[in-house]
Design a protein around this ligand. Structure first.
Ligand code: BTN
Length: 258
C-alpha cells in the first residue's frame, strides 16, 4: 500500500482570508491529513518571512499553504523549505518553460527577480515536528508589480508575456514538491542538498550580504552544510553557517557608487 501523502488531495478553497497560514494551522490542529492544501483567491494580511507581508492581489497569484506531518526533528525544518523551493522551481519550469533560480532559503527567482516566496511555520513538541505548514505565494498573472517591489519582484506573466491557468501551475508545483518531499523522507537530507546546490546559483561562489534583523554579514557562499544551512565565507577565511536571514547579491563597488 502506498504511503504517499498526495499533496492537494484535500483542497480547501477560500475566496478571501487574512492568511492561508492561519487557516492551514487551524486545520492541522483539527487533524487534517498530511497533504491538505488551503488555497485562497486573495489574502488581506498575507505573511512573509522575517515579519514582512506578502502582497496578495485578488485572482492573479497563487496563495497556498500545505499541511505536512514529517517524522523529523524541528532542526530539519530548513530542509523542508529547500524541498518546497525545488518543487516550485521545477513546477514553474514545467508550466512556464522557464528556468528558475533558487536563493537560499526560500526565494524562487526568474531573471534574478523573485516570483515566489516560501514560508515554513511549524508546531513541535519533544523534539519532533507535530506538523509543518509550507506556505507559498507565486506571482503568476500580475501585469505589473507594485512600484516599490518592481526592482526585486516579478511574475510569470511579466517575464514571459503569457497568462497562465493558475490551476495548471499549481498542479505542476504540487507534483514536483511531492516528489522532492518523498525523496527527503526516503533518503534524507543529502539528495535535497545536492539538488538544491545544483539548482541554485547562490549556493556557491556568490558574493552576498546576509541580513538578519540588525545583524549584517558579508562574504562569499561556499555551499550548504548537512542541515541545509548556507555556508558563508568571510574575508578573513572564517566560514559561518547562516541560521536565518535574507540573502542579497552584493554589488561590485563601482555599481553601488553614486
Ligand atoms: C517570503 O518570501 O517572505 C514568504 C512569502 C510567503 C507567502 C505565502 S502566500 C500563501 C501563504 N500565506 C501567507 O500568509 N503567506 C504564505
Amino acid at each position: 500500500m502506498s504511503t504517499r501523502p498526495r499533496f492537494g488531495q484535500n483542497v480547501l478553497r477560500l475566496e478571501t482570508t487574512d492568511s492561508t497560514m492561519r487557516e492551514a494551522a487551524e486545520w492541522a490542529e483539527r487533524n487534517a491529513p498530511e497533504g491538505t492544501l488551503v488555497v485562497a483567491e486573495e489574502q488581506t494580511a498575507g505573511r512573509g518571512r522575517l515579519g514582512r507581508g506578502w502582497v496578495s492581489e485578488r485572482g492573479v497569484g497563487i496563495y497556498a499553504s500545505l499541511i505536512l506531518r514529517p517524522a523529523v526533528a524541528p532542526v530539519q525544518s530548513t530542509l523542508l523549505t529547500l524541498v518546497m523551493g525545488l518543487g516550485v522551481a521545477r513546477g514553474l519550469g514545467e508550466a512556464a518553460g522557464m528556468q528558475c533560480d533558487l536563493r537560499w532559503p526560500n526565494d524562487v527567482l526568474l531573471n534574478d527577480k523573485k516570483c515566489c516566496g516560501i514560508l515554513l511555520e511549524m508546531s513541535a513538541e519533544n523534539d519532533r515536528v507535530r506538523y509543518a505548514i509550507a506556505g507559498f505565494g507565486i506571482n503568476v498573472n500580475q501585469a505589473a508589480m507594485p512600484e516599490e517591489l518592481e526592482s526585486i519582484a516579478t511574475s510569470l506573466r511579466i517575464e514571459t508575456g503569457c497568462e497562465y491557468v493558475r490551476e495548471v501551475v499549481l498542479d505542476a508545483v504540487l507534483r514536483h514538491a511531492e516528489r522532492y518531499y518523498e525523496m527527503f523522507l526516503a533518503r534524507g537530507a543529502a539528495p535535497i542538498i545536492s539538488a538544491f546546490s545544483r539548482a541554485s546559483s547562490y549556493a556557491r561562489g556568490r558574493r552576498v550580504v546576509v541580513e538578519n534583523g540588525a545583524v549584517r554579514s558579508m562574504g562569499t557562499t561556499v555551499g550548504l552544510d548537512s542541515s541545509g544551512l548556507l555556508l558563508l565565507e568571510h574575508e578573513d577565511g572564517r566560514v559561518e553557517p547562516i541560521l536565518a536571514g535574507s540573502v542579497r547579491p552584493r554589488r561590485a563597488r563601482s555599481e553601488t557608487a553614486g
